[in-house]
Design a protein around this ligand. Sequence first.
Ligand code: SF4
Ligand code: SF4
Length: 390
Amino acid sequence: MSETYHCLHDDKKKRPSCILCSRCLEVCPLVAATGREELSPKAKFFMASKRGAGKKADLAIAHLAELCLSCGKCEKACPHNLCGPELVSELRAENPGWQEWLWKTWMTRAAVLWPLAAHSAGFLPEALTARTLPAMEKLKALADTPATPWIAVEHLDQAGAGKPAVLFSGCTGAYARKSWTRTAAALLQGLGYETSARPEFTCCGCTLGHAGAKDAQLAMQTANIKAWREAGRPLIATFCATCRCGLRSYADVNLGWNAMEREEWLAAVVPLTGLFGASRFRSLTAAPTEIFYHKPCHGAGNDRDLAFLRPVLGPRLARVVDDSCCGFGGVLQLGAPELSAQVAKHYWQRLNPPKDAALLTSCSGCVLQLTATAPAGVAVRHWLDVITVE
Ligand code: SF4
Ligand code: SF4
């Protein structure tokens, strides 16, 4: 059975009509956090169908409809697989604003801007970051902060057997949280893969698509496929759920695929944890007694990340959160940060973790959002933060 993923699909396909069944209302995190039905996927599709009544009306529709986290939960719930992020991407592409421009700049200049932001955000006055520029608060979470390890490697399976494999670190792993890339590289090498190729990957382009920056997204997709081909089509190990979702969605795009190359690409993009095979890990005494796991909206390595963590953490794994969105929302951080904050507040209220608890996840955006919004005393980590490879 093929795995589902829900980043942007081929937007030229014919979209069925919304039948107003309201199933999507139950899953939309914006509706859950705000109680505002006008933000629901149903309302978005209804309003979008009314476009064409004039420029002013169309613009108003676009601005309301594009208030979306691009979590993709609506697509999974909808009997017609109507995809909110896809619709919102179209609307943003038709009506680009300063937020879209800024997000595009932020993602296409990640190599320069991200390390700078991670370094300087911590020095900005609290009043400025918290009130005037809410999105800046997330930048502090970009900084690579060392964590005491909770998980040690006992034995690494040699299933790699010299096969070529490379890492896809994503923007966060490449430019901000570089310790994730170092640990992931040590694991990949320890698993016996041949890791000498260094393809020049760029951003996966996923959030650019959500922001309506279709040209920039296509440029990144094209560059990544070229780098993969030039490296001899190796396995691509990922450790961010959204990157992996974004990369897999390339199969729906016309990127000049050769015969069977789409299938080869889908088989090549794997979660790092999916390569662990019969490797053994153990938890260390530093591991908190109560650990939560947040499953990102864009999947979690086809649940391989959780399958890896469950036996290692045992009863310390208090709860898996697999039905709530953290509220990150990409470009929504710029356009409507108050909505993102409301969703995060709702998230933590529902989870209600005790002080000194910890939360693990496997998506770069979720790490940033949850770190910036966590209640005092609750540590948020990517699983790569807490593993030591010696
Ligand atoms: S993508 Fe998420 S936030 Fe956007 S409409 Fe769908 S369920 Fe709601
Ligand atoms: S689930 Fe799909 S068909 Fe039903 S109201 Fe929502 S968008 Fe429309």
